[in-house]
Structures are given as C-alpha cells and as structure tokens.
Write a protein that binds this ligand. Structure first.
Ligand code: PHE
Length: 333
C-alpha cells in the first residue's frame, strides 16, 4: 500500500503536461473512471482493514486534491497564455509603422492660397460669394442690361424653370454683393468657380476659377490698379516677369484693359487678367456716390496662372483626378 502511494507521489511530481492533449491524457491516467490510478486506489480502499482505511483515505484524498489543483493551474495558465498570444499577434511593436498616405494640395488651391496671402499682406479682406447667382448681381448691376450684346461674351447656364437664376459667369458678381452691404473704403478679394464656355490652353472648359480683386476709396486711380497688378505678378513670378497692358472693353469698367504675361518657354503672350476702373454706373447701382468714390477691379484666371507657374500644357489635367499629376504637388504642402 505504501509503495503504491509512493508511486502516485512520484507520478504527481513528474506531472508536466505540455499541451491540452497531454493534460487530458494525464487527467485520465490519474482520475479516469475506469483505470485512473487514484480511482483504483479508492476502489481498493474497501479491502483495507478499517483501522488503516481512514489513514490511507486521508492521504489519497490529499493526493487527489493536489493533482486536481495542478490540472486547474495548468489549464488556467494555458488559457491565459493563449489569450496573450493572440494579443501579441494583434499588436507587434516591432513591426514597422503603417505609412500614412499624405495627400497633396491641388495646384488650383495652391495658387488660390498664394493669391490670398499676397493680398492679405496689403490690407485686403477675403470674402466668398455664391456660385448660384441671380441675373441682377451677375449682369444687370454690372452695367449689362438684358439684351446687352456683351452678355453674349459669357455663355451662361440658366435654370430652365427660372431664368433669373444662373451659375455665375464671373466673380464680378461678388463686387455687387459686397458693395451693397459695405460702405467704402474697402479692399476686397474673392476667389471661386465661375461657369461659362472659356478656352484655356487650346481646350474649352465650362468651369474655371477666378480671383476678383477690387478697391474703392476716394481718389483711386488707374496707377493704383496697375501697381497692384504688378505687385501681384512680381510676388508670383519674381521681378523678371514680363507683362503688358492692352486696352479692352468690359461693361462694368471704364477704362478697361487686359493683362498678358509673357511665357519665355514658348515665346507667347498669355492673357490672364481683365481689369479696369469701376464704371460710375456700377457704383450708382449699389448706392455708392461715384462723385466721391472711385475704384478699380480686376479678375484673374487661376487655371491660366497655374499653367504658367507649373508649366502645364493641357488644362484638362487639372480635373481628371490623375494621381500621377496630383502627387507632384506634395512638396508644396
Ligand atoms: N469679370 C471679367 C471676366 O470674367 C474680368 C474683369 C473683372 C474685368 C474685373 C474687369 C474688372 O472676364
């Protein structure tokens, strides 16, 4: 009897399951209902004389508890280990970090931001205006009454059900909106999309971006206009940029001019600005006394400016979402 107990003790000492299968085998070996050595011992306990039975019963019960304890400890350790193993797989601090793709700013937005920066520096205020306009702000108040032939210069998207509503054909409508609400003097800049049929870089487009710059005060003169344009061109292209002013016509400015910039790369002049002194009729339309105040305004085509700055050949590339093109502006970020 003692010998058998010694053997059990020895076996328990060597109880080192390696995995769950091992544990199961050892469980059966000790506690299996049919052949488990502890179970067998219990069964045989009956054969032991009553006097000794209590003593051996106690010992074997203790051994049983010991083995049950070991089983418990092993299986909870095993569970813990497995859980943590999963966690480790989910978070491995040694792996290289996931690269975060940094986008780039669209060239049109880059130029837009630059222009804003340039004019904020000399005291201009930036404002936004609506792309959906009415006839009065887009045309009539700008000295283009209904049936005026100059409206034809700007192919317009009208709303079929309400011809008074249209997509603005230029940002000059912002002049009207601002002048109606504010008293001069003011210096204002607005940039946004305009909608009309316009040929830029040999391809026509129905939408492009325009910047509108206007300044109203007492005694504003054409030389202020010229100087502001030269200041902007120099800020964007450096002092060497070559520009020329050409007399032109806009119903809302008098006198009017267009500004071309010389492209050294192809030896051609590119028209980028329409400008002029704000027509007194326009000032009167927004209740500004044209006897006291005068002002200038100019409109800049942003796509064309960007063509020059980045040496882009075809305007269509701005809007077809080609990552190979857009990625090249990452460094500007
Ligand atoms: N609005 C004109 C255009 O779209 C440009 C312009 C703006 C001309 C301001 C004169 C003054 O072509």
């Amino acid at each position: 009897m003692e010998k058998e107990i010694e053997k059990i003790k020895e076996n328990i000492k060597n109880f080192h399951p390696k995995n769950l299968d091992d544990l199961e085998t050892l469980k059966i070996f000790f506690l299996g209902k049919k052949k488990g050595i502890i179970t067998n011992f219990m069964k045989n306990l009956k054969k032991i004389p009553l006097k000794e039975r209590k003593f051996f019963g106690k010992i074997i019960n203790e051994l049983k508890k010991e083995i049950e304890n070991k089983i418990k400890i092993f299986s909870s350790k095993h569970q813990y280990f497995n859980k943590n193993k999963k966690k480790e797989i989910l978070f491995d601090p040694t792996l290289p970090g996931k690269a975060i793709e940094i986008g780039s700013i669209h060239p049109i937005s880059i130029i837009k931001n630059r222009i804003i920066e340039i004019f904020i520096k000399i005291g201009f205020t930036y404002v936004d205006g609506p792309e959906i306009e009415d006839d009065w702000h887009n045309f009539t108040a700008l000295n283009m009454p209904i049936d005026h032939p100059s409206r034809d210069m700007q192919d317009t998207f009208f709303i079929y059900k309400n011809p008074d509503i249209l997509l603005r054909t230029h940002t000059s409508s912002v002049q009207i909106r601002y002048m109606k609400k504010h008293k001069p003097p003011f210096r204002v800049l607005s940039i946004g999309k305009v909608y009309r049929n316009e040929t830029v870089s040999s391809h026509s487009n129905f939408m492009f971006h325009q910047a509108e710059v206007f300044y109203i005060d007492k005694k504003v003169s054409f030389s202020d206009l010229k100087q502001s344009i030269i200041y902007m061109i120099n800020s964007l292209f450096g002092k060497k940029a070559k520009i020329r002013f050409r007399p032109s016509y806009f119903p809302f400015t008098e006198p009017s001019a267009e500004v071309d910039i010389y492209n050294v790369k192809n030896g051609e002049w590119l028209e980028i600005i329409g400008c002029g002194m704000i027509d007194p009729n326009v000032l009167n339309n927004v209740d500004i006394d044209s006897e006291i105040y005068s002002g200038f305004a100019f409109g800049i085509g942003i796509e064309r400016l960007a063509l020059m700055i980045y040496n882009i050949k075809d305007i269509r590339i701005y809007f077809n979402n080609d990552v190979r093109f857009l990625e090249q502006f990452k460094s500007e970020f």
